[in-house]
Write a protein that binds this ligand. Sequence first.
Ligand SMILES: Nc1ncnc2c1ncn2[C@@H]1O[C@H](COP(=O)(O)OP(=O)(O)OP(=O)(O)O)[C@@H](O)[C@H]1O
Length: 196
Amino acid sequence: MASVRDPRPIVISGPSGVGKGTLYKLLFQRYPDTFTLSVSHTTRGPRPGELHGVDYHFVTKEAFLDLKANDGFVESAQFGDNLYGTSKATIEEQTAKGQTVVLDIEVEGVKQIQASGFPARYVFIAPPSEEELERRLRGRGTEKEDSIQKRLKQAKVELEYARVPGVHDRVIVNKDLEAAFKELEEWVFAESAESA
Ligand SMILES: Nc1ncnc2c1ncn2[C@@H]1O[C@H](COP(=O)(O)OP(=O)(O)OP(=O)(O)O)[C@@H](O)[C@H]1O
């Protein structure tokens, strides 16, 4: 098993459609057993086929709020009527199994983790241009027009925050997929001192 020297979880962020999922799925494929996606808590009910502890930790609103009050989350957010969060214990348990935890988080979550002081390293995936980002979002074919517009607006917020010095340890422009993957791979496996 390939080993990552730096035990901290990897927080990967970037605008919707930039290719974050494509990139970390390649990490999972090429290094099976080395990486794991963090399993979030949610108050929404499971969809058919979703498994507790695999897709999410499905919890009641009371249990969620209790954990939050006890400072149990590195980040949490509300989408619609449902609460979502990444628990510290989950990251610690997954890390204790010898795996490197990958968190796919939007900008508000990144800010919360940074404010929490929980040790992590941060990589931002940037598009070659806003036009190319729009092309990819459309090309993916998963979004309706109003969702595309919302994501493009949010992309500006994400890109702006990424320009603040020091918020990310590494920024990778996802132009050519293999080249971007190679950069991610090298950074992930580097000594921690090099990634700071
Ligand atoms: N380097 C690349 N060149 C061209 N197309 C790419 C590249 N990387 C990813 N794509 C394509 O861009 C689209 C968006 O990628 P992906 O779904 O991985 O984005 P994401 O950042 O994970 O989005 P979301 O945050 O909405 O989940 C996909 O259709 C993917 O195949």
